[in-house]
Structures are given as structure tokens and as C-alpha cells.
Ligand binder design. Structure first.
Ligand SMILES: [Zn+2]
Length: 193
């Protein structure tokens, strides 16, 4: 296939990039420095090779255990449960959280065939030794709420304190797109479930 059309076709498969933008990017790349284009293609090409799923928190990282799970200055009594690896980055960016994380890789959605077994719930239950509080930081939408309620029902009988992020300003936003201050407040004002 013609290399220009091939590039457009591949770029247009990315989220948020329509055919028009794919054309614009392709023309831009054609005029860009060789070095930039090489580095970009190498970064994309090497992306999947260097990453693994952390055997403890299930996030996507360059090592297992990941750097967060290996950080001994964190509070082992506190775990924050999120839907996606990007949410870990967002909450870390809020600067205030000093516990550990657990990534579910999605939320409960029976209509899409996603039940508890499709999420990383079992690995969560396997690492609760010494944990006192679990903060449920799933998204403030129907699936995120259902997931939080399900987990609360499983975790509370184990004698754990279970809380949910206090949403307010950030209702309707996915955690990964919430701003730093909203996330900090949501963590501070978390409420028991
Ligand atoms: Zn980890």
C-alpha cells in the first residue's frame, strides 16, 4: 500500500483522531526531522515490550513488583482501588496519597459481560493482610458505583474500613481527567460505605 495512505489509515485508528486529523499529522510527519519520526516510531514500537502487569497491584509498569509496590515508605494499612492504571497516575499527581494502589482493569458491567471474575478482584482479596482501610476510587458513574457497592459488600464483613471518594466538583468526570485539587479534596473528604 502507498506509505502515505498506510500512515493515515493507522493514525486514524487511534482514539480521538479522525481521518482529517490523520491526514494532517501524516503531512506534518512527512515534513518533520528524520530523527523525530524515528524516535516516535521506536517509542511506539517498544511500548509493549518493556511493560508487565504488576503481580501485586495489577497496574501496568516496567517491573513487577512495580515502583509503587516496592516503595517501603508507603502506609501498608491503606489501599486505594481504581479502575485503570491511568487513575494511579492521576491520584499520585494529587500529591497527598501515601498508601498503596490496586487496579481492577475495568468496572462491573453485566450487560457487557463484565462480572467480578473479569476484574482483578481476586488478587485484591489475596493482599489484604495488614490492611485496615480500602478506599474505593472507581469512577462516579453507574458501573463505578456498582463496583464500589459490590466491593464494599465483600470487604466489610472482613472487618475492613471501606470508604468511597467524595465526589462533588468532579462528578461525571473520570478519575484520570479530574484535576489535582478536586482529587485531593475527594480523597480528604472520603466517606464510609
Ligand atoms: Zn504494583
Amino acid at each position: 500500500m502507498d506509505p502515505i495512505r498506510r500512515c493515515v489509515q493507522q493514525l486514524a485508528r487511534l482514539p480521538g483522531i479522525g481521518e482529517k486529523t490523520a491526514w494532517r499529522l501524516t503531512w506534518w510527519l512527512l515534513r518533520a526531522d528524520d530523527e523525530l519520526v524515528t524516535e516516535l516510531s521506536e517509542a511506539i514500537g517498544g511500548l509493549k515490550e518493556g511493560v508487565v502487569e504488576c503481580g501485586t497491584c495489577c497496574t501496568i509498569a516496567s517491573s513487577s513488583p512495580c515502583s509503587t509496590c516496592s516503595d517501603t515508605r508507603r502506609d501498608p494499612a491503606l489501599i486505594c482501588v481504581v479502575e485503570r492504571p491511568q487513575d494511579v497516575v492521576a491520584i499520585e499527581g494529587s500529591g497527598d496519597f501515601r498508601g498503596f494502589f490496586h487496579v481492577l482493569h475495568g468496572s462491573l458491567s453485566p450487560l457487557d459481560g463484565i462480572g467480578p471474575d473479569q476484574l482483578r478482584i481476586r488478587p485484591l482479596l489475596a493482599r489484604l493482610d495488614g490492611v485496615q482501610e480500602v478506599i474505593l476510587a472507581t469512577d462516579p458513574d453507574v458501573e463505578g458505583d456498582a463496583t464500589a457497592l459490590y466491593l464494599a459488600r465483600v470487604l466489610k464483613p472482613l472487618g475492613l474500613k471501606v470508604s468511597r471518594l467524595a465526589y462533588g466538583i468532579s462528578v461525571g468526570t473520570e478519575i484520570e481527567y479530574a484535576d489535582r485539587v478536586s482529587l485531593m479534596r475527594a480523597l480528604e473528604n472520603r466517606r464510609p460505605l
